[in-house]
Design a protein around this ligand. Structure first.
Ligand code: 0PR
Length: 379
């Protein structure tokens, strides 16, 4: 096969021309046209900090005591938002890695393979089950799109001995619904209970401070064994950064004899770590007050989007708990494609079929007016 690997080095200008050409094809948050992503643009400060830590690799933490210290401070500060106390914490690549680690621990602890999940669970649990040779069993949802606690109760009574883990979601991907975490915690008792708060974990604590009445979802609930949440979603951190917290931390550590640190608990070995100091900076840049303002502005835009969509005939699937608004629509796939061709990114829901908007901080009132205008011309 003929090698197409570059023969000789090129000059920077030529390289950068190609790089810019590719970058210009990408969509970007600042256009205000992305409604289908749970990520957003980080403040400039984060970009500056990120670029100073490109070498940093917490897979070998002894080489980076400065980054390790910032990591610890991030874990403690975010942990205090979710009542984590002194539970163990790990930096992960995002919700997917956090969910895999949770099921891995549950399997090792119990020696069992069955996982009970709400039908609204993110597809990362299917990856986890496939990797870990575990079996997913889905619990149907109630009319308000939360895990049906009665069905869970019966399942637990009938199959308790086979069940490795129960999963609850605090902020579902499609609708932002919050499962009844307290009730699941009571039912799960000695069975491993993991909360996927990848999105909601950075929203609910601030909404609570803004006097929204939301259910307990974190380590305040006694039965919760582990919880994952993503600063790279509403935390405004650059990707990739998730945080996994676990009440019982000793389950799995793999020896890493050639490295500093002694053992690794994460799935990744080498871990790009620049997003940790970048997030440390973002967290200090906003503070609680800044996050409350951001989330409150997102909620205002969410309600505005719902009003505007109702005006043109769309029906919201649920009253929003957080900054996700989804609307019933029978043929979302085709609509999503058509909007994409026009330069707009809107996502879809599957249960039930609909159009899904994540109202992140980069979304503007003008952007909402524009997309509603376009949609109303297309239905
Ligand atoms: N758990 C929940 C509840 C999630 O919503 C997600 C991601 C995950 C776990 C997995 O997180 P990571 O993708 O960080 O591993 N939800 C979004 C989704 O799949 C992620 C996303 C982000 C999608 C940015 C698109 C995008 O542009 O829809």
């Amino acid at each position: 096969m003929k090698s197409i690997f570059p023969d000789k080095g090129k000059d920077t200008e030529e390289i950068m021309d190609k790089i810019d050409e590719a970058r210009e094809k990408d969509m970007n948050f600042s256009s205000g046209r992305i409604f289908g992503s749970m990520c957003t643009e980080s403040p400039d400060l984060a970009k500056e900090v990120y670029s100073r830590f490109l070498e940093s690799n917490l897979g070998n933490p002894g080489l980076y005591p400065g980054t390790s210290q910032l990591e610890e401070e991030v874990h403690e500060a975010v942990g205090s938002l979710i009542d984590a106390g002194d539970v163990e914490s790990l930096s992960v690549g995002g919700g997917t890695e956090g969910n895999i680690i949770a099921l891995w621990r549950a399997r090792e602890r119990s020696g069992r393979r069955k996982v009970l999940l709400p039908e609204s669970a993110h597809f990362s649990f299917e990856k986890a089950c496939s990797l870990l040779d575990m079996e997913s069993e889905y619990i149907p949802l109630t009319d308000d799109f939360k895990m049906d606690i009665e069905v869970l109760k019966n399942k637990l009574e009938a199959e308790r001995e086979e069940i490795a883990a129960v999963v609850g979601i605090a902020g579902t991907t499609e609708l932002g619904a919050i499962d009844p975490i307290e009730q699941i915690g009571e039912l799960s008792e000695d069975i491993y209970f993991h909360v996927d708060a990848a999105f909601g974990g950075f929203v609910i604590p601030f909404l609570e401070e803004l006097d929204h009445d939301l259910p307990a979802f974190d380590f305040e609930v006694k039965g919760v064994d582990s919880l994952t949440l993503d600063p790279h979603k509403m935390g405004m951190a650059p990707i990739p950064l998730g945080l996994f917290y676990s009440r019982e931390g000793e389950d799995i550590s793999i020896d890493s004899p050639y490295l500093t640190g002694g053992g690794q608990k994460s799935i990744r070995g080498t871990r790009a770590s620049a997003s940790i100091p970048a997030f440390w900076a973002v967290m200090h840049h906003f503070g609680k007050e800044g996050y409350k303002n951001l989330i409150s502005a997102c909620m205002e835009k969410t309600y505005y989007l719902i009003d505007r969509m109702e005006e043109v005939g769309f029906e919201p699937i649920i009253e929003p708990n957080m900054n996700i608004a989804s609307f019933r629509y029978e043929e979302p796939d085709e609509m999503v494609e058509r909007l994409y061709e026009k330069g707009w990114n809107v996502s879809r829901t599957v249960h039930p079929k609909g159009l899904r908007f994540v109202v992140m901080p980069h979304v503007s009132f003008e952007g909402i007016d524009e997309i509603v205008e376009i949609l109303s011309g297309m239905i």
